[in-house]
Design a protein around this ligand. Structure first.
Ligand SMILES: Cc1ncc(COP(=O)(O)O)c(C=O)c1O
Length: 345
């Protein structure tokens, strides 16, 4: 098993001269209300935070259309992914996921010593027929998917979940950038849980805040298993303030979706094969000539790094010559395109 290696996080001193388009952070700052709330909460650090996360669960429930008992906060969605594995995978059980996808699912399975079944997507990045007949305790579906940026329609997820015997975890880290999501399914189906994160559309990757939304029975199991104080008082205050400024999130999402269209157009105009993205990043294939010249995806990452632009390559079938690039500001996209043109020359 390949250990999960997170994308490069440059030293603060390097950040000014690098264009960081490798880990799908937002290029925009979070709502100003967040810093003000953290400052206020800092005055109360003498006491423990609310282990029941009552205010957070109530506010998030309001934003996403769930009752508070159907919501739980985690230390990033990564914590929730691990918690779900611990709670719902039986001894000698199985975790199922798609391939290629978010590498943390593999890490969760390895941590539990659980069998991992990775099912390849169809050529169009859809769910293959017969998937629901496979047996697994938990199915992790990143939707929109990373690293491809592609998404499966909720109808397809619903048809699958109706026939699948285990828990369907729809990891919607990027759903704010998509035309659709599975929240309605998580409200009505007993085996569908949706995960959201504040790391992308909320511009709060450093905060570490994820949300699980779904059946109250499932949430109750997770709430029982989590560390009592899995979220600090500062995290709670920041997350609550962020949920109180959804206008800020929506404005930034609109800017990113507009910039994504431009980035895709620029790549298509240069002859690259671009996957249709529902996310805040775009995956594209370099093509045979350029892949050969640069040394496939890894060589291209290094060549762009030398020009001050960080992007990401993922190993895996069909992705040898592919790069994933986060949608930055218009200026950052200019820098990326300039660097790409220079290395392609
Ligand atoms: C599909 C997917 N899920 C979850 C996460 C992690 O979210 P968090 O920062 O909330 O742990 C990522 C981060 O890149 C992701 O791509």
């Amino acid at each position: 098993m390949a250990a999960y290696v997170p994308g490069e996080q440059p030293k603060p001193s390097e950040l000014g001269r690098l264009v960081k388009l490798n880990t799908n952070e937002s290029p925009y700052p979070p709502s100003r209300k967040v810093a003000a709330a953290v400052k206020r909460a800092a005055g109360g650090l003498r006491v423990y935070p609310d282990p029941g996360q009552r205010r957070l669960r109530r506010l998030a429930g309001k934003v996403y259309g769930f009752r508070p008992e159907s919501v739980l906060g985690g230390n990033g969605s990564d914590e929730l992914l691990a918690l779900i594995g611990r709670a719902f995978v039986r001894e000698r059980g199985t975790i199922m996921t798609m391939r290629p996808t978010y590498l943390v699912y593999e890490t969760v399975a390895a941590g539990l010593g659980t069998k991992l079944v990775e099912v390849p997507f169809t050529r169009e990045y859809g769910l293959p027929s017969g998937l629901a007949r496979k047996k697994a305790d938990v199915f992790y579906l990143a939707n929109p998917n990373s690293p491809t940026g592609t998404a499966v329609w909720p109808d397809e997820v619903e048809a699958f979940a109706k026939r699948f015997r285990g828990l369907v975890v729809v990891d919607e880290a990027y759903a704010d950038f998509s035309r659709f999501n599975c929240l309605a399914l998580a409200r009505k189906m007993p085996n569908v849980l949706v995960l959201r994160t504040m790391s992308k559309s909320f511009s709060l990757a450093g905060l570490r805040l994820g949300l699980a939304l779904g059946p109250a029975e499932v949430i109750a199991v997770l709430a029982k298993l989590k560390d009592s104080y899995n979220l600090s008082g500062l995290q709670l205050a920041a997350a609550e303030a962020a949920l109180g400024d959804m206008g800020h999130v929506r404005r930034n999402v609109r800017r990113i979706v507009t910039a994504r269209a431009r980035l895709s157009r620029e790549l298509v105009a240069r002859g690259f094969l671009v996957l249709p993205s529902e996310s805040n990043f775009v995956m594209f294939h370099l093509g045979e000539r350029l892949a050969k010249k640069l040394g496939d995806g890894p060589g291209a990452v290094k060549a762009l790094r030398r020009r001050g632009v960080l992007v990401r390559h993922y190993p895996g079938a069909g992705l040898r010559d592919a790069l994933r690039v986060t949608v930055g500001t218009e200026k950052e996209i200019d820098r990326f395109i300039e660097a790409l043109d220079a290395v392609a020359r």
